[in-house]
Design a protein around this ligand. Sequence first.
Ligand SMILES: *[C@@H]1O[C@H](CO)[C@@H](O)[C@H](O)[C@H]1NC(C)=O
Ligand SMILES: *[C@@H]1O[C@H](CO)[C@@H](O)[C@H](O)[C@H]1NC(C)=O
Ligand SMILES: *[C@@H]1O[C@H](CO)[C@@H](O)[C@H](O)[C@H]1NC(C)=O
Ligand SMILES: *[C@@H]1O[C@H](CO)[C@@H](O)[C@H](O)[C@H]1NC(C)=O
Ligand SMILES: *[C@@H]1O[C@H](CO)[C@@H](O)[C@H](O)[C@H]1NC(C)=O
Ligand SMILES: *[C@@H]1O[C@H](CO)[C@@H](O)[C@H](O)[C@H]1NC(C)=O
Length: 415
Amino acid sequence: MLSIALICLCANFMATADFYWESGKPKHSNSGIQFLIPLTNQENFAYFTSVNLGTPPQSFNLSIDTAGYRILVPDKDCESCTDFTNFFIPYDSDTYQGPFQTIRVNFSEDEYVIGNLSSETTSLGSETIAVAEAQSFLLIEEDNQVKFEKDGLFGLGFNLDDDTPTYIQTLAYQQVIKSPIFSLFLSNINRKNQPASTLIIGGTDDRFSEGSFTYLELADFRGYWEINITEISDPIRPMPIRGETAIIDSRAAMIWGPSAYIDQILYYFQEKFGCTGKYLLCKCDGEIDYPDITFTLEGNKYPVSYKSYFQFFSNQTCMLMIYSHNLTVWILGVPFLREYYSAYDMENLQIYLAPALKGDNESDSKKRLWVIIIVVIFALFSIAAVGLVSYCFYKKKRNPKKMLYKSIAMSCAMT
Ligand SMILES: *[C@@H]1O[C@H](CO)[C@@H](O)[C@H](O)[C@H]1NC(C)=O
Ligand SMILES: *[C@@H]1O[C@H](CO)[C@@H](O)[C@H](O)[C@H]1NC(C)=O
Ligand SMILES: *[C@@H]1O[C@H](CO)[C@@H](O)[C@H](O)[C@H]1NC(C)=O
Ligand SMILES: *[C@@H]1O[C@H](CO)[C@@H](O)[C@H](O)[C@H]1NC(C)=O
Ligand SMILES: *[C@@H]1O[C@H](CO)[C@@H](O)[C@H](O)[C@H]1NC(C)=O
Ligand SMILES: *[C@@H]1O[C@H](CO)[C@@H](O)[C@H](O)[C@H]1NC(C)=O
């Protein structure tokens, strides 16, 4: 009995560890259905989802983009679209509608795309789940210097203009999910035994956090997940920030901020740790314990570990993924999102942040391995003991005096 219980315990233990990886399937909870969409983490620089458009589905790998609200994919006929692998072919789909309107989307002063607003049946993942009918998207006809990773963008911002609802809004309108909420867990290649990066549609999932959510109100309603930033600090100096906002941007590989503050941080790394270069390169040979950099958003402190703010190279150097720009807005890119499991509520226009699950460090996983080994050995011994006792019973009945079984009989007497 004991050994069976132990084996069950052990199997259970290992099953919980595996459970995290079981994404790509709908999950039912009291807040309605949720879809766990696996994302691809490309070397901590960028995170992609697999998106299907049309009937039959045409598949794309798109960057998840919390700082934009549109889905952007290149048209097969777009001649300036050179960055892409997959292209959309409107006449191969039975459900394509459009073009409705030709628009321009600006990314910076001289980076923009021109495309045709259209609509399509849209779903995510390799199993085509979370299907939105007649979802608006932009078919890129001209790409002017916008650098795309993979096949385009998957917008997770919000849009207060009802003509072109976002994918998450469409799912809620069409009652595929109960409320227009999604959450984002971005894994870190510098940490071990973490769950894979996941986009959770329809709510939040506690398994991706280690700690409770703090709630943040939006500072502005222009379509960005934008909050007031009130302080940044390296370990020695808190620098108060007045009247500035930070945008959460899952497409930004770095954290960007005004040079007035960021230059102080860079200076600190240069002076204290001897880091050099335009993009600051530091020594990362495991000997220096780099401190956290802390961002204060609406009075709550969010420390970011060097495991998230550094990009590590194989030559024992690492690059600080924090850089300055001339804007007054801060961009909290993926180095920040690797530290915080973030949830976005499009109905109430709120953000929630919780410390992301860090995974085990190596000593923890070694400990776990030892526990499993000991439990297995103990279980085997118990099974052997039970076997022995049964055997003894059997033998005692039939031929108790035979010398060959003397030692067994002795151990039987002991048990
Ligand atoms: C998307 O990326 C994954 C991982 O790199 C790859 O296996 C898959 O083939 C890509 N899908 C498409 C449609 O290109
Ligand atoms: C994009 O930039 C161009 C040129 O600066 C400007 O004329 C246009 O209004 C901008 N479009 C949008 C949608 O902001
Ligand atoms: C997109 O719009 C342009 C200009 O309005 C038009 O010339 C082109 O044919 C359209 N493309 C598609 C696929 O409809
Ligand atoms: C953000 O800061 C501005 C002042 O800069 C203030 O008026 C506004 O109420 C703040 N919003 C939140 C949600 O804290
Ligand atoms: C280490 O590798 C990075 C990235 O390839 C490179 O930029 C840097 O110069 C290298 N540093 C040294 C000391 O070789
Ligand atoms: C910021 O502005 C200064 C002067 O106004 C300029 O020299 C510098 O190149 C700008 N930096 C960036 C990143 O645009």
